[in-house]
Design a protein around this ligand. Structure first.
Ligand SMILES: Nc1ncnc2c1ncn2[C@@H]1O[C@H](COP(=O)(O)OP(=O)(O)OP(=O)(O)O)[C@@H](O)[C@H]1O
Ligand SMILES: [Mg+2]
Length: 243
């Protein structure tokens, strides 16, 4: 472990994401499945890392531990420089709400709310002032190209537009870490490229550490770095620029 990775207070940035020797096993009948086998990984603030690998190789498990949704059996995880392993469950869930954004396959929007209201809801959970929340929500909708459609409900938006709302919503909490699992599987190829390009742009702009799972290597190549999972282990894929 290097010193730069752990001390949140001395960081000028949000600190990114770091996993150290993480192992995760699931009980499976009499035996167990090793979903993550000694995984170490650092994603810097402002870096988008794509995760590829066969079905069952551990990609979603990686996101689950990185987002403090699941505790690993061993190893350490730091989100924005703060440990999410070895801390009480309540503290972990606070950290998850405050520092981690999620964008999953379906956009998981609430059918009865407009795009603007979806974002405002997140802001209100954080108890920020109403006017400031609205201003921020409108600015984010503008960023994802949806300013003109802020008043529409999910049923009045295309699949790509819904996914954009989902991205803007994930950005409302100023996450240090953004976790994205197959965000484009319901979209045609050009729309998929647009969404991943938007994610890369927002990752850079807001200095977020983003992990994106995708089956599609042509989409993975849009990321700053590609890593590959095989049987719960990480191996470098493509030609990463060493940092
Ligand atoms: N809740 C669970 N209980 C038992 N085994 C599980 C559980 N969740 C996942 N697994 C197993 O752990 C391994 C990794 O699963 P994971 O969902 O992380 O794979 P994945 O790479 O995301 O696959 P996919 O591309 O199909 O989404 C697989 O062998 C899977 O069967
Ligand atoms: Mg998965």
């Amino acid at each position: 472990m290097t010193a730069r990775d752990v001390t949140a207070d001395t960081m000028t940035d949000r600190g990114g994401l770091r996993l150290e020797q993480v192992c995760l096993r699931y009980a499976d009948g009499d035996g167990e499945v090793v979903a993550l086998d000694d995984v170490s990984l650092t994603v810097d603030p402002g870096e988008m890392v794509a995760v590829v690998g066969a079905s069952g190789s551990g990609k979603s498990s990686l996101l689950a531990v990185a987002g403090a949704m699941r505790q690993p059996d061993s190893g350490h995880i730091y989100v924005g420089g703060t440990a999410v392993t070895g801390v009480p469950a309540k503290q972990r869930s606070t950290l998850r709400h405050d520092r981690v954004g999620f964008v999953f396959q379906g956009s998981n929007l609430l059918a009865s709310l407009t795009a603007l209201e979806q974002l405002e809801l997140v802001g209100r959970i954080g108890r920020a002032p109403r006017a400031a929340t609205r201003t921020k929500a409108l600015a984010l909708l503008e960023e994802v190209g949806l300013a003109a459609k802020a008043g529409r409900r999910p049923g009045q938006l295309s699949g790509g537009e819904r996914q954009r709302v989902g991205i803007a919503r994930a950005l409302m909490a100023d996450p240090a870490v953004l976790l994205v699992d197959e965000p484009t599987s319901a979209l045609d190829h050009q729309r998929a490229i647009d969404i991943v390009s938007l994610l890369v742009e927002e990752t850079h702009r807001h200095r977020i550490a983003t992990l994106m799972v995708t089956h599609d290597r042509s989409l993975a190549r849009l990321a700053d770095r590609v890593i590959e999972m095989r049987d719960g282990r990480l191996e470098p894929a493509g030609a990463p620029s060493e940092r």
